[in-house]
Design a protein around this ligand. Structure first.
Ligand SMILES: [Fe+2]
Length: 52
């Protein structure tokens, strides 16, 4: 069983992943062309990290 401290750290990592997903998504929405495409891809990656 995970200790409370380990659970807290894992939750923090998970929260960071979804925050990164949202930040990259918003940056992608404000960008154009190749930049928007790359930022969208990073945003999708971060969502996958959150869901893993
Ligand atoms: Fe990530």
């Amino acid at each position: 069983m995970l200790s409370e401290n380990v659970k807290r750290i894992i939750l923090e990592f998970q929260r960071n992943e979804i925050t990164e997903h949202i930040v990259y998504k918003k940056l992608a929405e404000k960008s154009k062309g190749k930049n928007a495409e790359i930022l969208k891809r990073i945003s999708d990656d971060e969502l996958r990290h959150y869901n893993r």
